[in-house]
Design a binder for this molecule. Structure first.
Ligand code: THU
Length: 130
């Protein structure tokens, strides 16, 4: 699975987002430690807080399939077209749970170029329970 293939999957699943209220569609595609790929999209709700993020969906699919580590995750978001969309704060914490130092979080920048960040770059000094 190349970065471009993962990006393409994130862009593809973004088209299936249920973003009735914000019209902001997000798709996420990740590859786990077994080489399996899982995707998710945002699913909004009339009761706004009940909506869920794309990354949350992809992570749930990974765990349900037996994956425990995110090797790489691509996130594609935007209203009319795909634009820069870094994971929200809550999703940084969700990714952190299944990330290690090698995990690559692939997002578009403001110049429409895709680049990879580490979880420590996106969530420095993250909470550690023990
Ligand atoms: N959203 C995601 O799916 N992932 C993020 O990391 C940022 C925000 C969704 C939530 C909501 O459905 C829409 O984007 C606008 O905030």
């Amino acid at each position: 699975m190349t970065d471009q293939e993962l990006i393409d999957l994130a862009v593809e699943v973004r088209d299936r987002a249920y973003a009735k209220y914000s019209n902001y569609r997000v798709g996420a595609a990740l590859v786990d430690e077994h080489g399996n790929v899982h995707v998710g999209c945002n699913v909004e709700n009339a009761a706004y807080p009940q909506g869920s993020c794309a990354e949350a969906g992809a992570i749930s699919a990974m765990v349900a399939a037996g994956g425990m580590r995110i090797v790489a995750i691509a996130v594609a978001g935007g209203s009319d077209r795909v634009t820069a969309c870094t994971p929200c704060g809550g999703c940084r914490q969700r990714i952190n749970e299944f990330a290690d130092d090698e995990t690559r979080i692939i997002v578009m920048d403001d110049g429409d170029e895709w680049r990879a960040y580490s979880i420590d770059e996106l969530l420095p000094h993250s909470f550690q329970l023990f």
